[in-house]
Structures are given as structure tokens and as C-alpha cells.
Design a protein around this ligand. Structure first.
Ligand code: SPQ
Length: 426
């Protein structure tokens, strides 16, 4: 894909469904009793991997496009698949399913693509083993493929070294099957979609400070889930609207759960003009339309408890910071190194190739803003967030920006380039 400078961005856009919420709706619907209707399900490759994993475990799932019907078979209704479950590129699929498989009375192997086989899985292996599951990393390096032999589980109080919704959710899901209460304490609160949706399905979940608490459940009850637009996908339009002069975009129906919406805080701190309109709640998740207008931006510091609330948006925020006056400092974000790519190294390398003044640090980046960018050849490293970030950066750079491996956006946003193209005026 090639991008050149845009004169302005104008118009309205509806964002595809939230990836995190879509995954959870199929997983929880599969172990609930009855039929769960999911509206605005994300048809990205990651969420299709989740559907196919549960189909292989005997769950009837009808994917009708925007609507998905999951005919749940209850907490003990999954059957042993006849071959390994393929999680594709999706960390969420692999880590959350591990929590459910930890309690099943069969043995399963979880595998996926080259990227997922490099991502750390010890973070879920360790707590689930403490609860009673037997989990091995087939290559014996703490990475996938993983073989999980489920069993009787005991409730634990686990203190996680990282703020990770995937770790927390895996433990909470196992906790549904445990013999007593399960608690997960994190350094900072990570996204709480699992807690919200588990309650929506009848589970007893609460939060005490940075600790999530779940009680064992006999049954989950199917429910309708309306998935809001994904704020991580909306982020590209938010940043593009702020960066490209004379722009105004109305982004419709975006999830603004406070544990996900840190980008809105950062935009305000940088002097960006955004307005939240039509605020509402769907299936327990807050959502709104967001009106964004181009703005003159200044640098800021992004750190601490804010980081888990915008972890996936940091690549595009870093690109936006190149167009802000002064320095933007990102710290406490070492987790970026273990995503689909090492997002610190890949961002620093690609932004530098476009002429930006960026320093990679151990746990983030320092961006010295205000230097004009020029086009370059960008290696996405097959990381969807990197490809989308540089499509946006290319709209504000002199010359041509080419993105290699651009099709990886299908992981979370099929149709991204078409949607962006519709807003561009030249
Ligand atoms: O599912 P995957 O591959 O881990 O996807 C990413 C992404 O950029 O889309 C991370 F690479 O999002 C994660 C996110 O970073 C999705 C997620 C979730 O749905 O629970 C939680 C975050 O990961 P973590 O490791 O902090 O729990």
C-alpha cells in the first residue's frame, strides 16, 4: 500500500466491532447455557480464529456476518478436538482459551503462527499450573505450541508482575471452575471487558483496588451482546483527524470503557480537540460518537496506570507525537516488546526512516516532535498496528510512504484502507 500527503480528512465513519469484546463474547457464549446473539462481531482474522477453535470443540456457531449466534453447551459442554487448536496470530485467543482448557477433562494442544510462537506464555502457564492444570510448552521455551491437560482446580490469589488483561482473564476463567474464590492482583488495572461480560452472563465478579475477584460458578447464562466499535481501531482516525490540517471526522459508536480509553486522556493532554457525543451503554460497556478536529498539538508524558489503558494505541500515539511541538515521553511500556512485533524497536526504526527524531528506551520511547516527516518504505513486520500507524503517518509526510505486508490489517480491521480512503480529500 502506498500513501501520500492528504489535503484534509472529512466525513463520518463507523468502526468495526471491538476485538477484545468480540473474542470474549464467543468464548463465554460457548460455555454458557443457551444461545448467545452477538451483534457487530468483528470479522477480523483473530476473532475468526476464536470462532474456529470453539467450533472444533463441538460448539455450533453461526457466523452471519455482522451477527453471530453461539449455541452454548454449558460449562462442561466442550468436547476434545481431534487436532491442535490454531489460534493464528491472536494472543487473546491463546491466553484466554488456556484458562478455560485448564478445567476441562481432556488434553489439547494450542498452536498458531510464527509471531504467536515467539510470544511469552509462561505468564499464563504459571498461574494456571498453580491452580492445578498441567501445561507444557512443546518447544520448552515458555512459548507455544502449548499442551494443556485440564483438571480439578483450586482458587488462588495470584499477584501478576504485569498489568495484562489476558493473564487476568485466563485466571478468572479458570476461577469459574475452581473450588473457591480466585483473586488476581495487577500492578495497574488492565481492561475489564472480561469482568463486565462475565457479570452479564451471570457470574459473580468484583474489583477491590487493582484486584479482580471471582467466585466459582455452576452455570453461565447466554445473553445478547452488542459489541461497540473498537477504540483501538478508532485510534487511527482520531490521530489522523488531529494531524492532517483542516480535518473533521465523526467516528460513530466507539467503546469508551475507562480501562481502554487512555488515548482520549492523552489527546486532551496534548491539546487535541475531541468531543464525545451521544454517550450510551451497551451490554455494560460505555460507548459514544467522537468528533475530532485537526489541532495544534504539544508533547506530553505517558506513564504508569495510564499505560494499560492505551497499550495498543501507543504506536499511533508515537507517530502523532512527531507532529506535536516539544517532547513526548512514553515510559512503563516494556510490554510493547512482546506484542505481534517488538513495537518499541519497530516504531523507532520506521519513524526514524521517515525523518523523525525518536529514541527507543527500555520501556518506551522519547519523541522529539516538530520535525517534518518524509515518505519511506515501511516494514510492518506483519503487525497490524504498525501497518495502520504508518498509513496515517504517510498522510502527513512529503513524498510516498510504502507499507510492506500491508494486508496484515485483516487481523483486526479488514477494510481499513478503504475506510481511510473514503475520508481523504486531496
Ligand atoms: O490478541 P493480541 O494478539 O495480544 O492483540 C493485541 C493487539 O494489538 O491487538 C496485542 F498485541 O491486543 C491485546 C492487548 O495488548 C488484547 C488484549 C485483550 O483482548 O485482552 C489485551 C492486551 O494484551 P495484554 O497482554 O496486555 O493482556
Amino acid at each position: 500500500m502506498k500513501f501520500t500527503r492528504a489535503k484534509r480528512l472529512r466525513g463520518q465513519i463507523s468502526i468495526p466491532g471491538d476485538k477484545s469484546i468480540s473474542h470474549r463474547s464467543v468464548m463465554f457464549g460457548s460455555i454458557a447455557s443457551g444461545t448467545t446473539q452477538i451483534c457487530h462481531y468483528l470479522q477480523g482474522a483473530d476473532c475468526l480464529s476464536t470462532i474456529s477453535c470453539f467450533q472444533k470443540m463441538g460448539i455450533a456457531i453461526e457466523n452471519k456476518g455482522d451477527t453471530v449466534l453461539v449455541h452454548g453447551k454449558g460449562m462442561r459442554g466442550l468436547t476434545c478436538p481431534d487436532s491442535a487448536l490454531d489460534c493464528g496470530n491472536s494472543g487473546t485467543t491463546m491466553r484466554l482459551i488456556s484458562g478455560i482448557l485448564a478445567a476441562q477433562d481432556f488434553s489439547v494442544t494450542l498452536t498458531g503462527d510464527a509471531s504467536i510462537q515467539r510470544r511469552p506464555m509462561k505468564r499464563v502457564m504459571e498461574p494456571l499450573t498453580l491452580m492445578g492444570a498441567a501445561i507444557t510448552s512443546v518447544p520448552d521455551n515458555g512459548c507455544a505450541p502449548l499442551t494443556i491437560r485440564g483438571g480439578a482446580l483450586c482458587g488462588i490469589h495470584y499477584t501478576s508482575p504485569v498489568a495484562s488483561a489476558q493473564v487476568k482473564s485466563a485466571i478468572l476463567l479458570a476461577g469459574l471452575y475452581a473450588d473457591g474464590q480466585t483473586r488476581v492482583t495487577e500492578p495497574w488495572v488492565s481492561r475489564d471487558h472480561s469482568e463486565i461480560m462475565l457479570k452479564h452472563f451471570g457470574a459473580h465478579v468484583s474489583r477491590e483496588g487493582t484486584t479482580a475477584v471471582i467466585s466459582p460458578a455452576r452455570e453461565l447464562y447466554a445473553n445478547k451482546v452488542v459489541v461497540p466499535g473498537d477504540i483501538s481501531s478508532a485510534a487511527y482516525f482520531l490521530c489522523a483527524g488531529l494531524m492532517v490540517p483542516n480535518s473533521q471526522i465523526l467516528i460513530r459508536d466507539v467503546g469508551i470503557n475507562p480501562t481502554r480509553a487512555g488515548i482520549l486522556t492523552v489527546i486532551k493532554a496534548m491539546g487535541g480537540q475531541i468531543q464525545l457525543l451521544n454517550q450510551h451503554t451497551a451490554s455494560g460497556e460505555p460507548a459514544a460518537d467522537i468528533l475530532v478536529s485537526s489541532s495544534s498539538l504539544h508533547g506530553t508524558v505517558i506513564q504508569g496506570a495510564l499505560i494499560p489503558t492505551l497499550i495498543d494505541e501507543l504506536p499511533v500515539i508515537a507517530a502523532m507525537a512527531c507532529f506535536a511541538q516539544g517532547d513526548t515521553v512514553i515510559r512503563d511500556a516494556a510490554e510493547l516488546k512482546v506484542k505481534e512485533s517488538d513495537r518499541i524497536a519497530v516504531m523507532a526504526r520506521n519513524l526514524s526512516a521517515m525523518g523523525a527524531d525518536v529514541e527507543a528506551t527500555n520501556d518506551g520511547m522519547i519523541i522529539h516532535g516538530g520535525k517534518p516527516l518524509h515518505g519511506a518504505v515501511i516494514d510492518s513486520c506483519l503487525d497490524h498496528r504498525i501497518a495502520m500507524t504508518f498509513a496515517v503517518a504517510g498522510l502527513c509526510a512529503d513524498g510516498e510512504t510504502s507499507i510492506l505486508g500491508a494486508e496484515c490489517v485483516n487481523i483486526s480491521y479488514p477494510g481499513f484502507y478503504e475506510d481511510l480512503g473514503r475520508l481523504i480529500e486531496r
